[in-house]
Structures are given as C-alpha cells and as structure tokens.
Write a new protein. Structure first.
Length: 276
C-alpha cells in the first residue's frame, strides 16, 4: 500500500518544544503518529498534558494518533534527579552546571530506538518515506549531549547499519539551531495556519521538571497539577514568553500555592538579570 500524505513519527513528551513540533508538522500537512514515554519521570503530568493536547487537536479537525510507551520499570535502575526516587531537581538558570543532575542516562537513545522502529514499520507498510521529528533545540546542547547534532548523526548511522530499508526514514529537527523563543514564534504561526487558539494549545503543555500538586479540596482529595517557576526548565519557558510579549497560559504555583503569572515572570526577570 502506498500513500501520498507526508508521514511523521514524533516523540511527544507533552512539553512546549515537542508540542510545537506537533503543530509545525500539522501545519505542513503531515500525518502524525506521536509517541510518548513513561520512564518514571517525576513530571509525568506532562503525559497527561500531551493526551489533553491531542484530544483538543482531534476535536478541532487535526487528527493525531498518540500512544504512550511504558518504560517505568526502569525507574529503580536509572540514576538521575529527574526520575522518581532521585534527589531534588535543582533550581536556577538552565545553563548552570548543576543542571547536569537532570540528565537521564541514554534517554534519547532509548526513545529514538523505539521511534525508529515505529517509523520504519510505517515506511515499509505504506511504502513511503517517514520523518522522525523531535523537539530538541540549541538551549539543550550545553547540558544534554543526546540533543546535539553529532549524536543525531551517529545514532542515525547506527540505525542504517542495523536495518534494511533504513534510508526510507530521515530525522527532522526543525528547531535544533533555535531556542524556545524561536519555537514559540513557530507555534504562534502554526496556530494561525491551523485556526487554533494559541492559549488553548499552550495551556495543554507542561515544561516544569518540578510540578506542584495543589489540593483545592483536601477533604475530597481533589487536586490539580501546577508548574513551578524556579526550576531551569520553567525559567527557560517563561523567558521565551517574556520575549514573545504575551503571558504564558499555563498555571504556576510555589510552596504557598497557586500564583499569578506576573509573580513567576518577575522571578525569572530577576534571575536573568543576576545571571548576566
């Protein structure tokens, strides 16, 4: 069976970056198969946001196939502050050396092996080319080696060596030389093309590595997840929204409870000023 529709397999975490790649692909007329991974991350609320976003897109005439792969059995074997049972996620600027504590060993290699298998399966079934899309960007390069182009090139070469017909699959990383501001600009453009509400899209994304559970009604155990605004991942996101000149529609909180976006914004502005 052959198809004329462009095909892409996307690693969709539920964060701002990969969610924007999803919009980008849809705006460029791709049929998208999205794959999320539960590897025991503390911020697994991101997968809830990914599913919420896909549901929102599907009811707005943008069909996306989404599946979560369970790898959480690895959690006791991985040494990283980012997984459950690890030490606290550090706070501060995203280029500070202590952010290396958030590296999960070989994470993107684990993900890419599965995504490569899915992409090649689609390529062979439909007799077409398939793009593997990822939301990696320049802001990741300093701390996460598996987000650099050198890693992508080496990983793709290993994939070609280990599979027949691997040339049907290519990597597509539209933001690898950009930052989160560039990503938001592209997302803003994609929302216009797709006739989607920007705020409705981005409130269904989650970037914080230190999500905060806030109980609205403790007597019923009713709670909601909020983003922190002090961890590096949140700082980088808020900085991008500041540059964009519009408020971040996600919900923020600290140890006192939910806070207005302006409080989060002021904290990040002061941090960036101090960082120089």
């Amino acid at each position: 069976m052959t198809t004329n529709k462009k095909q892409a397999v996307l690693s969709l975490s539920g964060g701002m970056d990969s969610s924007t790649v999803l919009l980008h692909l849809l705006a460029h007329d791709y049929k998208v198969t999205a794959v999320g991974f539960d590897y025991g991350q503390k911020h697994d609320v991101e997968l809830e946001r990914a599913r919420e976003l896909v549901n929102y897109l599907n009811v707005n005439n943008q069909t996306v196939k989404f599946q979560i792969i369970k790898l959480d059995g690895l959690v006791d074997l991985l040494n990283s502050n980012l997984v459950k049972g690890g030490d606290d996620v550090p706070e501060g600027h995203y280029e500070e050396d202590n952010m290396k504590d958030t590296v999960v060993p070989n994470r993107n290699k684990m993900f890419s092996s599965i995504i490569q298998a899915v992409a090649l399966s689609i390529a062979n079934e439909k007799n077409c080319s398939v793009d593997i899309a990822m939301g990696i960007h320049a802001g990741d390069h300093a701390i996460y080696p598996d987000c650099r182009q050198e890693f992508r090139d080496a990983d793709y070469e290993a994939f070609k060596q280990g599979n027949w017909d691997a040339e049907k699959v290519k990597y597509y990383t539209p933001f690898i030389d950009g930052d989160k501001y560039d990503i938001l600009l592209d997302g803003q453009s994609a929302c216009k093309i797709l006739d989607l509400d920007f705020d409705e899209v981005y409130k269904r994304t989650h970037t914080s590595y230190k999500p905060i559970k806030h109980y609205h009604r403790p007597e019923t155990n009713a709670y909601e997840w909020y983003s922190d605004y002090k961890s590096a991942s949140s700082v980088e996101r808020i900085e991008a929204f500041i540059k964009l000149g519009r408020p971040d529609p996600t919900r923020y909180a600290d140890e006192t409870g939910p806070v207005k976006y302006e409080i989060a914004k002021k904290h990040v502005e002061q941090l960036l000023k101090n960082h120089g």
